[in-house]
Design a protein. Structure first.
Length: 190
């Protein structure tokens, strides 16, 4: 697990600590999970021996990192939530084209959920290839997959935990948005 750093307030009124509170109110009792900032790198730590709380660490005090890690948690099934970091692999910057495609193949769903959560807060969502070495080109395949997934969840409904969190964020941040009425456009991802 990464060493913790002191968390501080994020600018523009988007305090990551607010997300921790909303998450705690939604999930601490039933799913025994807490959201915690201050980590050098995001990491999910299941509770030892089933006792205590599972901890979902996000990077430093970054609002977007907290939303993104919650999106991963909302997608992870019961078995994955018993594994450190949900059993995922991670390749750092400098991925090959093949590694980048593998990353994007599992990352489009969390990013689609992060987009919903960002909208619920009134926060600008930014699509991320999470690879500074990747060329910025004309390829919009990843963006289209994120867009398609967001539209699917808008029409079919969000996964249970994601729906609970979206509604709680919408209320806490005063946007009053309903997931089923959101409009998602490719231009929003540029």
């Amino acid at each position: 697990m990464s060493a913790a750093l002191p968390a501080s307030a994020c600018g523009d009124g988007f305090l990551a600590g607010r997300l921790e509170q909303v998450f705690r109110e939604c999930f601490a009792a039933r799913w025994r999970t807490l959201l915690a900032g201050g980590a050098r790198e995001p990491f999910y730590q299941p509770a030892a021996n089933g006792d205590g709380f599972h901890l979902l660490h996000y990077r430093l005090d970054y609002f977007a990192s907290a939303l993104h890690e919650v999106a991963h948690w909302c997608i992870a099934g019961a078995a994955r939530r018993q594994l450190p970091d949900f059993g995922y692999w991670y390749e750092p910057d400098g991925r090959s084209a093949e590694q980048q495609r593998a990353f994007e193949a599992v990352e489009y769903k969390p990013q689609a959920l992060e987009w919903f959560f960002s909208r619920a807060c009134g926060y600008r969502f930014q699509l991320s290839s999470d690879n500074l070495a990747a060329p910025r080109g004309e390829d919009t395949t990843f963006a289209l997959r994120v867009l398609e997934q967001a539209r699917h969840w808008r029409d079919a409904g969000l996964p249970t935990r994601a729906g609970l969190f979206f509604e709680a964020l919408s209320e806490a941040f005063g946007t009053g948005l309903q997931a089923g009425t959101l409009v998602f456009e490719l231009e929003d991802l540029r």
